[in-house]
Design a protein around this ligand. Structure first.
Ligand code: 13P
Ligand code: SF4
Length: 317
């Protein structure tokens, strides 16, 4: 049976862990990069918190640190390892895997490529390195529209997120063929426009911000659609006082911290990414102490995937 620990004991343990993490960080010349969906205590201890494009840039540009602890999910740590192969990249929980990234296999890419040999393939960074190795260019939710517009093609293959594909198709006016047919994020799938409509009765003036991984009906009721950090920027710059948020609940910590005078309401309370939440302070501490789990990508794959990632990063938007 699990022993029940009082709140004050829990707080004391957390403070000790934070001290130890900070000590190990210095000793091992490590930095912690955390995604906007990480637990509040991890966001608070991280050296940098951001969306996937910001974290990729940070990882790529990091010169001083010898270790990058990437508190997020597999594909983000993989991208960091590809972009900065001289650093040791650690993912605190080996099982922190994005299910959407698993939805696109190399076999499916090869089949699709054979059917459409002249159409460029754009892959969302939420893919495995082995898939990225077969694409022409990568994108994130922050730059998907710019990436597609940069291509000299009226039709593109796009995977694995069907909702992001539809968002980009609408924004660019180009034909976007989704690969696979219905890739999705199980967490963003939970959001439904009915919930927003009900919240709007309570907060009629609220600005609705959603992630493009939400379905088209959710995108249709939104005032703003963007990446997690783009939502942070929008909230900061807006004069509105209340915001209804359609993305993973972790973002609310950052939104509230950056804008203490504003109100943020999650459009669906259970919208939690269980994979992102596998990272805890304990695991972060263990990761630093034992230098686990080191993420490496075979150079034959990394070389090709790096090309697709660097092409995206060169777009500068
Ligand atoms: P962002 O790049 O917007 O942070 O999104 C990453 C992600 O996994 C969304 O579910
Ligand atoms: Fe993957 Fe969705 Fe979690 Fe983002 S929120 S990491 S897309 S499962």
């Amino acid at each position: 049976m699990r022993k029940i620990i009082s709140r004050s004991t829990q707080r004391r343990i957390a403070v000790q862990l934070i001290d130890e993490i900070n000590r190990l960080k210095k000793e091992k010349k490590a930095i912690i990069l955390a995604h906007n969906y990480q637990r509040p205590e991890i966001q608070d201890i991280a050296d940098y918190v951001g969306d996937s494009i910001e974290l990729s840039r940070k990882a790529m540009d990091e010169k001083e640190a010898e270790i990058i602890v990437f508190s997020a999910v597999d594909f983000m740590a993989e991208s960091a390892a590809i972009l900065n192969p001289d650093k040791k990249v650690l993912l605190p929980t080996l099982g922190a895997r994005c299910p959407m990234a698993q939805m696109l296999t190399v076999d499916e890419i090869k089949r699709t490529r054979a059917l459409h040999p002249d159409i460029p393939l754009v892959l969302y960074v939420n893919t495995l390195a082995s898939a990225k190795a077969y694409c022409d260019i990568c994108c994130t939710s922050a730059n998907a529209v710019d990436v597609i517009e940069s291509l000299n093609a009226e039709t593109v293959l796009f995977g694995p997120d069907r909702n992001l594909a539809e968002y980009v198709e609408r924004k660019t006016g180009k034909t976007v063929i989704p690969v696979p047919e219905r890739g999705f994020c199980p967490t963003h799938l939970l959001f439904q426009p009915e919930d927003v409509q009900i919240l709007k009765m309570q907060y009629p003036e609220a600005v609705v911000m959603v992630h493009p991984e939400c379905n088209i009906d959710m995108q249709n009721v939104a005032d703003f659609v963007g990446s997690t950090s783009q939502m942070c920027r929008c909230a900061r710059e807006s004069t509105a006082r209340t915001f209804i948020i359609g993305t993973e609940e972790g973002l609310l910590h950052r939104l509230r911290k950056d804008n203490p005078e504003k109100r943020f309401v999650l459009a669906y309370e259970e919208a939690v990414c269980p994979n992102m939440k596998l990272n805890t302070l304990d695991r972060l501490y263990a990761a630093l102490k034992q230098e686990k789990y080191a993420i490496t990508v075979p150079e034959s794959i990394a070389k090709k995937a790096r090309k697709a990632l660097e092409k995206m990063l060169a777009l500068k938007k």
